[in-house]
Write a protein that binds this ligand. Structure first.
Ligand code: TYC
Length: 127
């Protein structure tokens, strides 16, 4: 091998490691005849989190319905159904979102409840 400059050694090393843009061709320049077929799509789905509303004895039903409409984009009938489920069962899923969106929903519910001086709480849990 004639090339012995440091950068040339680095290029050869990267080709061996397969971390270059051409997907790791053999360092000796051989033609790649067969490529592995991708079995799964390259795109990864983000981990999802349930935002769960908790029941309490003081928050008005109408306020919970408004929260479900404004923060979770539910129609009136669906918002009412979820609120009644939480009222009767102690908790219920308001929506399922990627981590940071779920976090923002929880914070928004906290802020709106605090402003209105209601004890409504919600938590997030890995879906
Ligand atoms: N239990 C409340 C009431 O009787 C209503 C309520 C429903 C509160 C759902 C919180 O997440 C909740 N006024």
């Amino acid at each position: 091998m004639m090339s012995d400059e440091p950068w040339q050694r680095e290029v050869r090393a990267r080709k061996r490691d397969g971390d270059d843009a051409d997907g790791g061709r053999p360092p000796d320049g051989d033609t790649v005849i067969e490529r592995r077929t991708r079995l799964a799509p390259r795109t990864k789905k983000p981990p999802m989190y349930k935002v769960i509303l908790l029941n309490d004895d003081y928050t008005p039903m109408e306020f919970v319905v408004e929260i479900l409409k404004v923060v979770f984009h539910k129609q009136h009938a669906e918002a009412t159904k979820i609120m009644l489920h939480v009222h009767q069962n102690g908790m219920g899923v308001a929506g399922v979102f990627p981590y940071e969106i779920a976090e923002t929903k929880v914070r928004t519910v906290d802020e709106l409840s605090r402003q209105s001086e209601f004890p409504l709480k919600c938590v997030m849990e890995k879906a």
